[in-house]
Design a protein around this ligand. Structure first.
Ligand code: ZN
Ligand code: ZN
Length: 457
C-alpha cells in the first residue's frame, strides 16, 4: 500500500451553517484538525458565511489558521419574481426544460485568499440572498455576471458533481463538460483548480477520470477534497437523517428511488458514507482501495500538496473587528445640550450632580464616545416611542426597563433616558461602567416587546 504523507488540508467543508446539509460544528472540526495534524480550518458553507465569527474564535483557541470560503450556488436563470405566492403564476407559461433550468442551483467552491477576496465573497453571498433568492428551490444563487465582477482575490474550483461542469458531464458527456470547463477556465485563469474527490457516490469515479484527463489536456492544477459534511465517520447516519428532514423524505422512499435511478441530485450524500473529516492516512487508504486505477499516484500526491499551497496563500486574511459606528457632526456639543436638557427633565441639580456629570462628560470627550452615547439615546427614545403601538399597551417606558449592568451607575445614561436609575441617589459608581482605564462601547440594552403579564425567560 502506498501511504506517503505529503501534506493535505481540507478545503471543502460544511458546518451546521449549511442549513440542514452539514452536521459537523466548527468547534468539532477545529479540534479534529489538530488531532489529524492539520494547520488550517477552511469552512465552505452553502451560500452563506455566517459561521466566520465562530470560525475565527475557534481557530484562535486551537492555534490553527482560518481560511474563509463558501460553496456558492449558481444559476444564470433567475426568476424575476421573489415572492413564492407569485411563483406558480410566473412559471405557468414556461415549458418543462425552462422550469428545469430555473430550479437548478449549481455548486461552485470559492476560497478567499486576500482581504479583497473576502470582501468579494461577502458581496457574492449577500447578492445571492438579496437578488438571487427566489422561486424553487429558495437558495441564494449568484450569476456568472456577478462572478466576473467579484472574482478578484478568490480561488475557484470545479467543485462537486452538482457543479455546472459535473452536471454538463452528467447530461451531455465529456464534450459538454469540456465546453463548460473552458468557460470557467477562461473566466478564472490561474485561480482555477480541478477538484477530485474519493467518494462512493457512483457518478464520482467516472467524473474524476474525466477531471484527470482534463488536467492532462488543459494543465489546470488539481486539488483533492472530501466534501466534508460531518466530523467523524460515525456521524454519517445523523447526516442522513438530517437530509431526510431537509428533503421531506423517508430513508425508504429514497432507497426505492435510488433503485429506480431517479434524479441524482437528491441522493449524493446517501450514496456516500465517506464525507467525514478524513486524515491524510484515511484518504491514502481510500485511494489504495478504490481510486488507484483512475488517479495516478503522483497526481494524487500533487493534488494533496496543492491544498496546502492554497492554504498558505489564503492564510492571514484578517477582518477589522472594531465596532462600526457613524461619527455624528458636532457630537460633543449635541451631547452637552442633551445632558443639560436631561438634567432638567430628571429634575436633578446641586453640586453632587454637576461635578459628577462634568467628570463623566470630560471622560466621554477623551474617549471620543459622544456619538456612541447619542446613537444609544436615539435607539432608546425610538423604542419608547414605538413600543405602545407595537405591543398595544403601556406608555413606552416599559420598552427599555430601568437599565442593565454597570451602565446604571453612569449619571449621563440617566439624564439621557438610556437608564432609569439615579446613580447618586442609589450610591452607584460611574467607574464600574467607564473610566480612563476600562470600559468600551458596550452598553447592555434590553428591549421589551412582550404583552403584559407574559414573562421573558
Ligand atoms: Zn457541492
Ligand atoms: Zn460541498
Amino acid at each position: 500500500m502506498k501511504n506517503d504523507i505529503c501534506g493535505f488540508e481540507h478545503l471543502h467543508l460544511h458546518t451546521d451553517f449549511s442549513l440542514l446539509d452539514g452536521f459537523g460544528m466548527v468547534e468539532e472540526y477545529a479540534l479534529r484538525a489538530t488531532q489529524i495534524n492539520q494547520q488550517f480550518l477552511c469552512v465552505s458553507d452553502h451560500g452563506m458565511m455566517g459561521v466566520i465569527p465562530r470560525q475565527i474564535r475557534t481557530c484562535e483557541e486551537h492555534g490553527i489558521n482560518h481560511i474563509f470560503a463558501c460553496e456558492l450556488y449558481l444559476n444564470d436563470h433567475q426568476p424575476t419574481v421573489k415572492n413564492p405566492d407569485e411563483y406558480s403564476d410566473y412559471t405557468k407559461d414556461l415549458n418543462e426544460a425552462e422550469k428545469f433550468l430555473l430550479k437548478k442551483s449549481y455548486h461552485l467552491l470559492a476560497i478567499a485568499y486576500s482581504e479583497t477576496g473576502y470582501k468579494n465573497l461577502v458581496q457574492l453571498s449577500s447578492w445571492g440572498y438579496k437578488s438571487g433568492y427566489g422561486g424553487v428551490p429558495r437558495r441564494p444563487r449568484v450569476t456568472h455576471d456577478q462572478l466576473r465582477k467579484h472574482k478578484e482575490g478568490i480561488i475557484f474550483t470545479s467543485c462537486c458533481y452538482l457543479s455546472e461542469i459535473g452536471q454538463a458531464f452528467h447530461n451531455g458527456g465529456k464534450e459538454a463538460a469540456y465546453e463548460m470547463l473552458s468557460t470557467y477556465h477562461s473566466m478564472f485563469g490561474e485561480n482555477y483548480f480541478l477538484e477530485v474527490m474519493l467518494l462512493d457516490f457512483k457518478c464520482q469515479k467516472p467524473y474524476d477520470a474525466f477531471l484527470i484527463e482534463a488536467h492532462a489536456k488543459l494543465h489546470i492544477p488539481l486539488i483533492l477534497t472530501n466534501d466534508c459534511h460531518y466530523c467523524m465517520k460515525d456521524d454519517s447516519k445523523f447526516q442522513r437523517n438530517m437530509l431526510m428532514i431537509r428533503t421531506k423524505n423517508t430513508v425508504q422512499d429514497i432507497e426505492a428511488a435510488m433503485e429506480n435511478n431517479e434524479d441524482m441530485d437528491r441522493f449524493f450524500e446517501l450514496q456516500d458514507q465517506n464525507l467525514w473529516q478524513k486524515s491524510e492516512e484515511e484518504l491514502n487508504e481510500k485511494w489504495n482501495k478504490d481510486y488507484s486505477d483512475i488517479i495516478p499516484y503522483d497526481l494524487f500526491c500533487q493534488a494533496k500538496k496543492n491544498t496546502v499551497e492554497i492554504c498558505r496563500k489564503a492564510k492571514g486574511v484578517e477582518l477589522d473587528r472594531g465596532i462600526k459606528l457613524p461619527k455624528l457632526d458636532d457630537a460633543n456639543d449635541k451631547l452637552m445640550d442633551n445632558i443639560i436638557k436631561g438634567m432638567r427633565w430628571r429634575g436633578v441639580s446641586g453640586q453632587k450632580y454637576v461635578s459628577r456629570i462634568k467628570k463623566e462628560y470630560e471622560l466621554i470627550r477623551r474617549k471620543d464616545f459622544a456619538s456612541y452615547f447619542l446613537i444609544t439615546q436615539m435607539m432608546t427614545d425610538e423604542a419608547r416611542r414605538v413600543c405602545p403601538s407595537i405591543i398595544g399597551w403601556g406608555t413606552g417606558e416599559e420598552a427599555i426597563g430601568p437599565g442593565r449592568g454597570s451602565a446604571v451607575g453612569f449619571l449621563t445614561c440617566y439624564c439621557l433616558g438610556i437608564t432609569d436609575v439615579d446613580p447618586i441617589k442609589h450610591g452607584l459608581l460611574s467607574e464600574r461602567f467607564l473610566s480612563d482605564a476600562r470600559g468600551g462601547r458596550q452598553m447592555k440594552l434590553r428591549f421589551h416587546s412582550l404583552p403584559e403579564g407574559v414573562e421573558d425567560e
